[in-house]
Design a protein. Sequence first.
Length: 393
Amino acid sequence: MNNYYHLIKTVSGKIIPLIVLFLGINGLFILKYIGRTSYSPILLLLLYCAFSCFVIFTFFHYAQKLNKNCTNILIGLLTLTIILGISLLNYFINPLDIMVDRWSAIHNVIHNLFIGQYPYSAHTHLNGYGSPFPIWQLFHIPFYLLGNIAFAMIFSVLLLIYTLVRFTKNKKSSLLYLLLLAISPAFWYEVAVRSDLFYNFLLVLMAILFFQKKNYKIDKNPILLGAICGLFLSTRLSIVIPFFIYFFQDFTLSRLKNKTGFIFMIVFCFVVSFLPLVFWDFDTLFFFKYNPFVLQSRQGSLLEVIIIGSLSVLLALTWKMDFLKFNAYTAYTTTALVLVTFLHKMINTNFANHLFSPTYDITYFNMALPFLIFSIAYSFSDITEKSKLQPYK
């Protein structure tokens, strides 16, 4: 017992802000959605916080006693549990009853594409318009053909497990990542409403982890890195934050020709991904009131860009190849983006609506979740004893 308390005292100072943010994001979902039932959201929030802290510290306390076979079995069981949970939620919840239209924004856009109608003229099941960029549409086409774009979540989770085990070489921390995912109400909300937001950023995390472990640099691989960043940019504009924080310092230290090649490939791949739609219907793509560029940027303003841009530059200059800090800083910045945007909107509307009203979509906080969970999980690994993930030689 004394060892247990010593463990908490030793590691808690390093990860308290991360755990608080993890509990805060998940707590928002408990307060908002349990608050619509007859149960006490405050009581459940307190129970959830106590349970989560117990899980995190107890896991680390006993993780050192797990042998390789036991760890592999637990990863397998937890993987099956998560995949089964995703499958059951998708089976029992009618997507047409969901009051969130992220899934139909993708499904209906692809449907229009296959019947020869302009994709961005498609309405969602809630009579809105879709905003997925071209590469994000292409990514979902295989799942659309399988009959359910929500299969993309299963694919992403399985790819996550492979990526963590393959590139971190630490199965115990990979197990903790899955455990934190499994106890996250925010994650299960994403699954229940078939949202694509979480796994979009999960794929970004996996790409950056790949860069880190392969030691890819702008001076060495400007064309490849620029192409990958440009293609990811053609999924969702907000993914620029993790890529910016990760590459900014490397970019400033690179040679001019490689900087130019990197930027050129980002712009080139992004623009090329839109060219078929440009030739198809130029006016609708750029001048329609609900075109994808408007829909993806309408939540923010120049003020948010300045604030978050300044914060991103500051943090990009201070993570200094400490990969856990990079993940933590990315989580903090994406969270700050949502908070600043919401606060600005509240001020402009004289606080006419509270945070849990339909005016504010708290699922945007889930952009931080993949990076946040990584930073917590790998704070407990032998590889990251000094909070660094070094590239393999």
